[in-house]
Design a protein around this ligand. Structure first.
Ligand SMILES: [Zn+2]
Length: 298
């Protein structure tokens, strides 16, 4: 989480490496980490690339933890032309057809295979149901086409919401948490563990306390801090969330400013804690899968 240099979505990814370095990493058996965000409105205080910046920060942290455990990982430049249903009626919230995303993913998996990589871990940066189902479709297609070990790194609650079986070989399941991260994707109280803070009083799913905290930690210069301090919390429960999730004009009517949650309650400390925890949990699950598969090969 060093702040010495300008952090952008290419930081610490393959885009900053030479081909010689990438080639060597593939020969050394490095795994790939790839996030799937979207460009989407995030209220009056956060940039539209929030769902790209946050997962990239998480992957940088995950990569570091894996390296400490002897697992070399490269980060693929982020995917960011995704699917917006909820924010679909707001400006600067772009959507592509799911089949386009699936085909693009499939071509890139094929390129990774051509480079000699064998294992890809995919992460979501965006809670939209259709976006996440499409990531999973792309993974399925990638596995069929390349035979690589490709999986969706996710907590249980999101998989349940998507109807994906927890024992599917194309998922790498990790413990829930940092509470609000996966609460953000699911709003399910089961997404909160014992060791987390109590769930917030009202639902906080979009550009609210959790997401704003993550941005204060990973890209502070992009947060309009004066604005966010003055924003009132929304006071929504599960029924409001269902209405909001219908998307497009329903969501725009429900949250005219574009956020659902409590941005003013965000803090740098919470962001640091959430980022670290979410990276550790991803690293734990990845490490377990890598070791299991190594054993089954022996
Ligand atoms: Zn977001």
């Amino acid at each position: 989480m060093s702040q010495e240099r300008v952090v952008n979505v290419f930081s610490d990814t393959i885009a900053e490496m030479t081909w010689f370095e990438v080639d060597q990493a593939a020969k050394d058996g490095a795994i790939l980490l790839w996030s799937f965000g979207v460009i989407e409105q995030h209220g009056p205080h956060l940039p539209c690339g929030t769902d790209v910046y946050i997962p990239q920060a998480r992957l940088r942290e995950t990569k570091k933890i894996l390296a400490e455990r002897g697992i070399q990982a490269l980060i693929v430049p982020p995917y960011y032309w995704g699917i917006n249903v909820v924010s679909g009626a707001f400006p600067a919230s772009y959507k592509v057809r799911p089949e386009i995303m699936v085909e693009l993913m499939s071509d890139l998996f094929d390129s990774f295979k051509g480079d000699g990589f064998g294992r890809v871990f995919c992460f979501s940066g965006h809670g939209d149901r259709l976006h996440n189902l499409t990531i999973f479709e792309g993974i399925k297609k990638g596995v069929e086409r390349t035979g690589m070990d490709i999986s969706f790194v996710s907590d249980t609650a999101l998989l349940l919401r998507l109807g994906i079986p927890l024992n599917d070989p194309k998922v790498t399941v990790h413990k829930a948490g940092s509470g609000k991260l996966f609460g953000a994707l699911t709003s399910s109280p089961s997404a909160f563990d014992e060791d987390d803070d109590a769930p917030p009083k009202f639902i906080d799913v979009h550009a609210g306390q959790w997401e704003t905290s993550m941005m204060l930690c990973s890209c502070p210069d992009l947060v309009h801090d004066e604005v966010r301090r003055g924003l009132l919390s929304t006071d929504f429960g599960p029924e409001d969330l269902d209405e909001w999730r219908k998307g497009f004009e329903h969501a725009r009517a429900k949250t005219p400013q574009g956020y659902l949650g409590d941005p003013a309650a965000a803090s740098l400390e919470e962001g640091r804690r959430s980022l670290r925890l979410s990276a550790e949990r991803a690293a734990d699950a990845i490490e377990e899968r890598v070791k299991q598969r190594a054993q089954s090969v022996r």
